[in-house]
Design a protein around this ligand. Structure first.
Ligand SMILES: Nc1ncnc2c1ncn2[C@@H]1O[C@H](COP(=O)(O)OP(=O)(O)OP(=O)(O)O)[C@@H](O)[C@H]1O
Ligand SMILES: [Mg+2]
Length: 380
C-alpha cells in the first residue's frame, strides 16, 4: 500500500510517538539536559518521582535534585564530566523531592552528540529506595547474625575452658588429697605428684595460649639454639604424655641459631606433642626432630635463605584433608567439649608466622601426622 504522508509528516508523527513513549514511562524520570546541565525537557516519570510541575523545573539546573552536601562536593558537575569523558556515568545516591523528602536513586547519564558535537545529556533516574532499604535491612540482619554467632562461639569456648580447668583442678586436688592420706607410700606419692604436675602444666599451657591469642602474641625473641630448647623440654614433654607414649629425639648437629621467643617455641612444641598424644588410641611413638629444611613447602620455596625446622611426628590416627585444611584456625577442634579448645595449632601457626617462618602439616587418616615448624636460619 502506498503511504500518502510526506516525509515531514512521517518525521513529525515519529517524534509524536516517541514523545508519547517517553511520557508514558512513569517509573523512570527521564530528562534532557543542555551541555551545562540545565533541564530542557522531562517526562511524566520525573514529575511523579520528584513532585514538581513542568514550570518549576524546565530551565532549572539539575543539581537542585541533589542534597546540599553533594552539591557542595561538586557531585552534579562530576557526573556530567564523567559522562562526557567515559561515554556514560552510573551512580546511586540520595536525591531530594520537592517536599524535601529523600529517596535513593539509581542514576544513569549519557552524553548526546550530533556529528561529534555535544548537544546535551540524557539523564535517567529511578527511585530504588525500597530495594536500597531492604539491602540495608539484610546487611543489618547479617551483622546481627554474625554477632550472635560470635557470642555463641565465645559461649562454647568459655564452656570448654571451664571444663578444662575444672578437670585439671580436680586432678590436682585429688592428687593432693591422696598424697596426704598416703604420705608413707613413696611410689604412690611420686606417681601422684607427677599426675598433679602434668595437670598444672596443661593449665599453664592453656592460659598461655589464651593470653597469646588475646594479645595477638607479643613476642620476645632471642637468638637460641633449637636443639638446646628441645632438650630442655624433654621432661615436660614426657610428663605431659604419660605412660604408654615414647618420646624420641632426633637432633641434627651443627644447626645455625634462630631468633625466636623461647617461651612461645616451648608452648608450640608442647601443643604439637599433646596433639600427637591425643591422636593415639592406646600408646604410640612421638619423634621430635630438628634439622635444616631440604624440602620446603611452596610458601617459602622461593626464598634463598636456609630454614631450620623442628618437626613432631606421630604414628597416631592422622587427619582427613578436610581437618588439615581447617586445623590451624582458632577454635577449630574435633575434640569434645572440655578436651580441646582448638587453640593449639593456631598458637603454633601464629608463632611460626610471626617469627618469619611457617607451619606445615602432612597427615593422612591412619598414617600418622608430621607437623613441621620452619624458622629462618641466622647467618653466622
Ligand atoms: N597430631 C595430630 N593427629 C591427629 N589430629 C590432629 C593432630 N594435631 C591436630 N589434630 C587435629 O586438629 C585439630 C585442631 O588442633 P588444635 O591443637 O588447634 O586444637 P585441639 O587440640 O583440638 O585443642 P587445644 O590444642 O586447644 O587443646 C584437633 O582437634 C585434631 O582434630
Ligand atoms: Mg591441640
Amino acid at each position: 500500500m502506498h503511504d500518502k504522508r510526506t516525509p515531514a509528516i512521517r518525521a513529525f508523527e515519529a517524534e509524536q510517538q516517541f514523545q508519547l513513549l517517553v511520557q508514558s514511562v512513569v517509573d523512570y524520570a527521564i530528562y534532557m539536559l543542555d551541555p551545562d546541565g540545565y533541564i530542557c525537557n522531562w517526562n511524566e516519570g520525573g514529575r511523579r518521582i520528584k513532585g514538581y510541575d513542568d514550570a518549576e523545573i524546565i530551565g532549572q539546573h539539575f543539581s537542585r535534585f541533589y542534597e546540599l552536601v553533594d552539591r557542595d562536593a561538586g557531585e552534579p558537575e562530576y557526573g556530567l564530566r564523567m559522562a562526557r569523558e567515559n561515554g556514560r556515568y552510573e551512580k546511586e545516591g540520595w536525591r531530594l523531592r520537592k517536599d524535601g523528602s529523600r529517596f535513593w536513586a539509581s542514576v544513569v547519564i549519557d552524553p548526546i552528540r550530533v556529528d561529534g558535537q555535544l548537544i546535551g545529556y540524557a539523564k535517567v533516574a529511578r527511585d530504588i529506595t525500597e530495594r536500597h532499604e531492604s539491602a540495608l535491612r539484610l546487611a543489618e540482619a547479617q551483622q546481627a547474625l554474625l554477632q550472635a554467632k560470635k557470642i555463641e562461639a565465645i559461649g562454647k569456648l568459655t564452656l570448654g575452658l571451664s571444663h578444662d580447668f575444672n578437670n585439671l583442678l580436680g586432678v590436682i586436688v585429688n592428687s593432693l588429697d591422696l598424697i596426704s592420706a598416703h604420705r608413707d607410700d613413696e611410689k604412690r606419692v611420686t606417681r601422684l605428684v607427677e599426675g598433679a604436675l602434668r595437670a598444672a602444666d596443661r593449665g599453664m599451657l592453656l592460659t598461655r595460649q589464651l593470653l597469646s591469642f588475646a594479645r595477638g602474641q607479643a613476642l620476645a625473641p632471642e637468638v637460641r639454639d633449637v636443639n638446646e630448647l628441645v632438650l630442655g623440654m624433654k621432661d615436660v614433654l614426657m610428663r605431659s604424655c604419660g605412660l604408654g607414649v615414647d618420646i624420641e629425639l632426633s637432633l641434627a648437629q651443627d644447626l645455625p641459631p634462630i631468633r625466636v621467643d623461647p617461651t612461645q617455641l616451648e608452648a608450640a612444641l608442647l601443643n604439637l606433642v599433646i596433639n600427637s598424644r591425643d591422636s593415639f588410641a592406646e600408646g604410640g611413638t612421638i619423634t621430635v626432630a630438628t634439622g635444616l629444611a631440604d624440602r620446603r613447602p611452596p610458601e617459602i620455596e622461593s626464598t634463598a635463605r636456609d630454614f631450620v625446622c623442628v618437626c613432631v611426628v606421630d604414628d597416631g590416627s592422622g587427619m582427613s584433608d578436610e581437618v588439615v585444611q581447617q586445623a590451624v584456625q582458632p577454635f577449630f577442634t574435633t575434640k569434645e567439649v572440655g578436651r580441646g579448645s582448638g587453640l593449639g595449632l593456631s598458637q603454633a601457626h601464629g608463632f611460626a608466622a610471626q617469627s618469619g617462618g611457617y607451619l606445615h602439616i602432612a597427615s593422612e587418616p591412619g598414617q600418622g601426622t608430621r607437623v613441621t615448624l620452619y624458622f629462618p636460619a641466622l647467618e653466622d
